[in-house]
Design a binder for this molecule. Structure first.
Ligand SMILES: Cc1cc2nc3c(=O)[nH]c(=O)nc-3n(C[C@H](O)[C@H](O)[C@H](O)COP(=O)(O)OP(=O)(O)OC[C@H]3O[C@@H](n4cnc5c(N)ncnc54)[C@H](O)[C@@H]3O)c2cc1C
Ligand code: SF4
Length: 549
């Protein structure tokens, strides 16, 4: 038995190939030749499939749903199904074990579901995708191989190069061709405009032509700091028991991975994902809104949905998630600020990011507008290498569960990397390897654009830089930290505070022209202790690189 990571770079030439060797993971392909199961060979479907030169549907590892694209209309009588596992690259990088397990186990279980439904499934374990296709053709002589439009740029090129026909994907609510209609002649693009366009177009939370409740946005109600007490008030996510498939996958991938073993926090089947959706809608969504931006060291989930892994690998579809949230609101079970706040994430942010990806790739992933060239600090791979309470807590959480919520990603890890000048491609790679829900289409715009301003402002109108004061207001990390979030100089000066001011001084020429942050630049320029602060910043960077900050 061999694990399954798909290095489908080999067939690529030139810049795309060079740039994508850590992106191909959108297709963790599953195949185990010893597992090529004909267990339901007595089914009519299989006999028919074997007798006829049927077309084959090649299912990628992030398209695990009977409702997606080519699979939506397929039956065991009309199609057979192919999964390809390419193992050559597994040892090229270290992956978080929960991420590797989630992707591979989900694929194996989905393939099993298809077999149980009567499909003939060809699992293929090979060195490259190209080899997988070649061997499949030799053995089955399909009339054609068809795939749903893959979700990454490199996979689309690959499918094209391999002569695979692709059909339009319905995995997202706004296809890039529809997004063109939104872009029209617009000179500037704002997420808020896109979101309202989506609300109207999809008729979500609308009363006629007006937004339900006469408001589009409840952000002012949804950005409260954490409550002072009751830090365990949010329902605790359920765990499921790992089964034999999970154990087999873990044994297979373990030697190439880091991080804590899974304990059942991430479901790996459609049934499990639907249970998580139901749990979220019934128990958590009613309180989703108010503390959406809060962070707590003692609570890793708060009211976050934890649904991104399933949305990203296909176990859940965005339409059903949005419909469930809207129905709960219409039935009076969820307040409007929570329903709107959640739906905004799904039909707004998620779909916006998806379309930014297709609009700007492939060059986008390589952008580094601020010339940030500091190597990823040791604390990212070893949280014991920092005394910063906030960073240690979030990084330890990633190690423990392959997850941290949005504000921790943006305002702790991303913010710190931004103000410390960490290379954005190194940060992308680390996040790509570490997060349960990582996928190129969502990771790259969120890191390069939203969190690192490495695109020079194409996605975000200002850099998301903030100092210790923000973290103190929105979390409970600062109390008990060895650093003092108010101090800019001295041994216990807070690295967030020091590097925040230093960032605006380093980039003052660029940002003084940006009306959204010009005030911060001018405040930095007027600091009395500016020179001393910059000396402290230099010594902090030395400590950071040594793993001693
Ligand atoms: C630096 C950085 C890296 C990120 N990397 C990823 C990634 O690899 N994969 C990923 O799915 N999300 C990523 N995000 C977006 C967001 O942080 C996660 O989607 C979210 O934390 C997932 O947890 P949740 O399901 O509990 O989200 P919730 O807070 O419950 O939000 C609901 C859903 O909204 C969607 N969503 C919210 N914000 C975004 C966003 N900015 N972009 C896309 N979808 C969004 C997600 O599907 C999420 O499941 C990243 C954000 C940042 C700042
Ligand atoms: S004092 Fe600074 S380093 Fe410590 S937890 Fe607060 S923001 Fe983080």
């Amino acid at each position: 038995m061999f694990p399954v990571f798909c290095p489908f770079l080999a067939p690529f030439k030139g810049s795309v190939a060079r740039s994508t060797n850590f992106w191909c993971m959108t297709i963790f392909c599953l195949c185990n030749t010893t597992h090529r199961s004909h267990s339901n060979s007595d089914s009519t479907g299989l006999l028919y499939a074997e007798a006829m030169s049927l077309p084959t549907i090649w299912v990628f590892g992030d398209q695990l749903n009977r409702g997606i694209g080519a699979l939506a209309t397929a039956t065991p009588l009309t199609h057979r199904v192919l999964f390809i596992e390419s193992a050559a690259k597994i040892s090229s990088q270290k992956w978080h074990i929960q991420r590797a397990h989630f992707i591979v186990a989900s694929m194996r279980k989905f393939a099993h579901e298809l077999r149980s439904a009567g499909f003939q499934v060809d699992y293929r374990m090979v060195k490259s995708m190209g080899q997988g296709i070649k061997e499949h053709v030799r053995e089955f002589a399909p009339s054609e191989i068809v795939a749903t439009e893959p979700n990454s740029y490199a996979s689309r090129l690959l499918a094209h190069d391999l002569g695979v026909r692709t059909v339009s994907s319905n995995q997202f609510l706004c296809h890039p061709s529809e997004y063109q209609g939104f872009l029209g002649a617009r000179k500037s693009i704002k997420m808020e405009d896109f979101y309202r366009w989506q609300r109207k177009r999809l008729n979500v939370l609308m009363d006629g032509s007006e937004p339900t409740g006469d408001r589009w946005n409840f952000d002012d109600e949804n950005r409260q700091p954490p409550p002072k007490t009751g830090h365990d008030r949010w329902p605790v996510p359920a765990l499921y028991e790992l089964d034999e498939v999970d154990e087999q996958v873990l044994a297979a991938v373990q030697s190439h991975c880091f991080g804590k073993l899974p304990v059942g926090q991430w479901a790996t089947t459609r049934e499990g994902a639907l249970e998580r959706l139901q749990f979220f809608i019934e128990r958590v969504l009613p309180v989703f809104g108010e503390h959406e931006d809060a962070m707590l060291k003692s609570n890793w989930h708060l009211a976050h949905s934890l649904l991104s892994p399933y949305l990203n690998n296909g176990l859940l579809l965005p339409r059903e998630v949005v419909e469930a949230a809207q129905s709960a609101f219409r039935e009076g079970k969820v307040p409007l600020n929570s329903a709107e706040g959640f739906i905004r994430q799904i039909i707004g942010w998620r779909e916006y990011i998806w379309n930014c990806y297709w609009q700007w790739m492939p060059d986008y992933a390589h952008m580094n507008a601020l010339s940030a060239d500091v190597d990823l600090p040791p604390m990212f791979t070893n949280p014991s290498k920092t005394s910063m309470a906030c960073m240690k807590s979030v990084l330890s959480g990633v190690n423990e569960r392959s997850y941290s919520h949005h504000i921790e990603r943006l305002m702790v890890l991303g913010n710190f990397a931004l103000i410390a000048g960490v290379n954005p491609q190194q940060l992308t790679r680390w996040m790509w390897n570490s997060y349960i829900d990582a996928a190129e289409w969502v990771m790259v715009p969120n890191v390069i654009g939203m969190s690192q301003y490495a695109d020079g402002g194409m996605l975000a109108t200002k850099p998301y830089a903030s100092g210790g004061a923000y973290i103190d207001r929105m979390s409970d990390h600062c109390k008990g930290c060895v650093y003092d979030r108010k101090k800019r100089t001295g041994d216990d000066a807070c690295p967030f505070t020091v590097l925040y001011w230093d960032f605006f001084l380093r980039h003052q020429e660029r940002f003084v022209k940006n009306p959204r942050v010009a005030r911060q630049v001018r405040a930095a320029q007027q600091l009395q202790d500016r020179d001393e602060l910059q000396v402290v910043a230099v010594s902090m960077m030395k400590k950071l690189n040594k793993g001693a900050l």
